[in-house]
Design a protein around this ligand. Structure first.
Ligand SMILES: Nc1ncnc2c1ncn2[C@@H]1O[C@H](COP(=O)(O)OP(=O)(O)OP(=O)(O)O)[C@@H](O)[C@H]1O
Ligand SMILES: [Mg+2]
Length: 331
């Protein structure tokens, strides 16, 4: 079926097909859009739709570009396309709670009246569809750009999980990963003033693309209180600072364990380490979020803690307030 459909495409479009899947009457095409400007992308997408019209129930086209298209002929910051300001959420170490924090930060900012979108930059291990309860929703494309999926929390989002079938192995190499990231960041974020970008762990291709191509306004670094996580957090801070991206602050996650029975807080991983490290590095400390089983449960259920009430929702709101204040102070 896929090959039959591909044969219907014009040769220039067919040559760019990276994948073509047909399932449940829907064809999903990923095209390499490298070197095409917006008009050419739109024309190619329209051509694909026209060629496949009536052959399947629905056609979804994702144009993946390795390079950002040149915006205008003039150079310099003034020529940069006007869009939302990007806040990257990173860490050196994996599993410290970046994704959980990104989702809750976005929801808390939205509750504060900020127009905020969320990009899941974890291309291989997306988690935002789960965290925001948008699993099963699929992003559409309009004029060659992705249209974010709406969540129930006032936060539109884009994740690879909104493009590919769950569990589908993604075997792209470096430049393709960059292309995927740009595709998400350059979606139709119309009206959003801030984009929270949930990064994968470490300091790899996605982080470099983020720094070089997306020019984040600032970065939030997440760490747990253990020494090992803090050493990695230091690396993440250095990466952003070297890339000219100001660090808005460090968040200490899983700081203190809130007992689900008695509410008493103990410190399995220690506490305060991130604040001390932030001070040493000369970057602000944004606050701490306790290790609370409810945060994990609500994350798994797609009902972010920050959308509710209680001490943990307040903790996320406090972080969001810190980020909002930073945004206002750094227009
Ligand atoms: N404050 C918290 N209290 C309880 N559980 C938490 C907390 N923060 C995160 N978790 C849980 O810890 C696990 C890892 O969190 P999360 O996926 O957000 O981390 P991550 O840094 O994004 O991981 P990765 O590096 O794999 O992307 C998840 O199961 C999440 O629910
Ligand atoms: Mg994550």
């Amino acid at each position: 079926m896929g090959e039959d459909l591909k044969a219907l495409l014009r040769p220039d479009a067919a040559a760019r097909v990276q994948s073509l899947r047909v399932a449940e009457g829907r064809a999903t095409l990923v095209l390499d859009a490298t070197g095409l400007d917006a008009a050419a992308r739109a024309a190619m997408e329209a051509g694909v739709r026209e060629a496949l019209a009536g052959k399947v129930g629905e056609v979804r086209v994702a144009m993946m570009a390795d390079k950002a298209e040149p915006s205008t002929t003039t150079n310099g910051p003034a020529a940069a396309p006007k869009g939302p300001r990007i806040i990257a959420v990173g860490s050196g170490k994996g599993g410290v709670g970046k994704s959980t924090l990104s989702a809750n930060l976005a929801v808390a900012l939205a509750r504060m009246g900020r127009r905020v979108g969320l990009v899941d930059a974890d291309i291989y291990g997306p988690s935002q569809a789960r965290l925001l309860g948008t699993e099963g929703q699929r992003a559409t494309a309009h004029e060659g750009r992705l249209v974010p999926v709406e969540s129930r929390w006032g936060v539109p989002a884009l994740s690879m999980a909104h493009l590919s079938n769950a569990g589908q192995a993604i075997a792209w190499r470096g430049p393709k990963i960059s292309g995927a990231l740009l595709q998400l960041v350059e979606g139709h974020w119309d009206g959003a003033e801030v984009l929270i970008v949930d990064l994968p762990p470490g300091t790899g291709d996605v982080q470099l693309t983020m720094l070089q191509r997306c020019k984040p306004a600032g970065a939030v670094i997440v760490s747990t209180p253990q020494d090992l996580a803090l050493i990695d957090a230091t690396r993440a801070v250095e990466l952003f600072e070297k890339g000219g991206v100001p660090v808005i602050g460090v968040v200490e996650n899983m700081a203190g364990y809130a007992c689900p029975h008695c509410g008493e807080v103990s410190d399995p991983f220690g506490c305060g380490g991130a604040e001390a490290s932030a001070q040493e590095m000369g970057v602000p400390f944004l606050g701490r979020i306790p290790l609370d089983i409810a945060i994990r449960r609500e994350g798994d259920a797609g009902t972010p803690t920050a959308a509710g009430t209680g001490p943990q929702a307040d903790a996320f709101t406090a972080l969001a307030a810190g980020v909002a204040a930073w945004l206002d102070a750094n227009p």
